[in-house]
Design a protein around this ligand. Structure first.
Ligand code: PLP
Length: 397
């Protein structure tokens, strides 16, 4: 990034996760320019076009087995809303399960499914009905880190007795690795146990991979790391390099459940956004970015482990692939969240030329959403800056 004064900065927020293939990748730019000159909109339901079909075929091939279909939308929140509609139409049931720390967007239902009240929900009620929130394993903040998954599964079993009849639940929506919630990684036991309970009760499982998907974790879907197969997968953010586009990929029988014209929207699957997404998926494959995620993540993790030897405010370093979060605390004994310290680190890094962002229920987790096309030299330079800022902020009275 070059700012208005000509200063050059490295963006470690990667356009909040959208620029996985980097800003203005030449292949994306070329595809967008060509499509914009050809046709920018028809409405796919009136005049269908090839880039939409090509993208749907690519997404089906990338996201699992079995007969599946794709619906395209404009934003992550819209994918969430429509996934719930598919699930309700398919099961004929009203209720939805969601999880503490989850973030699913800002529209009415997506906001209801989102966990944190400030700043996302406070003052915006009443919320949508038939939403039941359950604990999500957060090993670092659990009294029993090794058992956090089992404890969360017991909470689901308890809720099926005390809070909601499982036979009235249409779907559970879960982030396989939480994004806004603090890059929290659950135990595989939890996601597999959730999937097993969903199967047992005829509940559809929706994986919200808006932030974790498209290769950032070292697999196209983060779900793959945990050995569970969702019925519906949601993608957005990195999918089209920032052009407004999201996708629901799901079991064909579920996707076919709503009647004609029940699901859609004027702009959904815009052709310019579709060609951008096709180019992004091609770049991810050609440039080996899924494999690159592992290397990028390893460098980030190793660097923060070194910094943690000198900086007592670093409480936890966690993540999958390149999706690494660093949780800041006042002391490692009390684990009291330290958002002020993280704020100083982020400001210090910005003054030194690196843009980074926080996340977490307590705003105290530094998240890395580095474009995976980053060179080793740029990555090390950015990490030098972040570690300098972390050490300087720790030295402040
Ligand atoms: C996991 C997850 N779901 C849904 C959303 C909402 O996406 P959008 O902002 O495009 O509506 C986000 C955005 O950060 C997200 O991280």
């Amino acid at each position: 990034m070059t700012d208005v004064d000509g200063n050059q900065l490295l963006d470690f927020s990667g356009g909040l996760g959208c620029q996985l293939v980097g800003y203005s990748h030449p292949k994306v730019v070329e595809a967008v320019q060509r499509q914009a000159a050809k046709v920018s909109h028809t409405d796919f339901s009136v005049i269908p076009y090839e880039p939409f079909v090509e993208l749907a075929e690519r997404l089906v091939a990338l996201t699992g087995a079995g007969e599946r279909k794709v619906a395209l939308f404009n934003s992550g929140a819209e994918a969430v809303e429509n996934a719930v509609k598919f699930a309700r139409a398919s099961t004929g049931r009203p209720a939805i399960l969601c999880f503490e720390g989850g973030f699913h967007g800002r529209t009415l239902l997506a906001m209801t499914l989102t966990s944190r009240h400030h700043p996302y929900k406070a003052g915006f009620g009443p919320f949508a009905s038939e939403v039941y929130r359950l604990p999500y394993p957060y090993p670092y903040r659990s009294a029993h880190p090794d058992d956090a998954g089992r404890i969360a599964l017991e909470a689901i079993d308890g809720a099926f007795v005390a809070a909601v009849d499982p036979d009235s639940v249409a779907a559970a929506i879960v982030e396989p690795v939480q994004g806004e919630g603090g890059f929290v990684v659950p135990t595989p036991e939890f996601l597999q146990g959730l999937a097993e309970r969903c199967r047992r009760h005829g509940i559809l499982l929706i994986a919200d991979e808006v932030q974790s998907g498209c290769g950032r974790t070292g697999a196209f879907l983060a779900s793959e790391h945990f050995g569970f197969e969702p019925d519906l997968v949601l993608l957005a953010k990195a999918l089209a390099s920032g052009y407004p586009l999201s996708a629901v990929v799901g079991r064909a029988d579920v996707m076919d459940a709503p009647g004609p014209s029940a699901i859609g929207g004027t702009y959904v699957g815009n052709p310019v956004a579709c060609v951008a997404a096709n180019a992004v998926l091609q770049v991810i494959e050609e440039e080996g970015l899924i494999e690159r995620a592992e290397q990028v993540g390893k460098s980030i993790r190793t660097r923060w482990e070194q910094v943690a030897q000198h900086v007592a405010q670093i409480g936890d370093i966690r993540g999958v692939g390149a999706m690494i979060g660093v949780e800041m605390v006042t002391s490692r004994e009390t684990k009291e969240p330290n958002a002020d310290y993280l704020g100083n680190v982020i400001r210090g890094a910005m003054q030194r030329g690196v843009i980074s962002v926080s996340c977490g229920l307590y705003h105290n987790v530094l998240r890395h959403l580095v474009p995976l096309v980053i060179s080793d030299a740029e990555l090390e330079e950015g990490l030098d800056v972040l570690s300098e800022a972390a050490v300087a902020a720790a030295a402040r009275p």
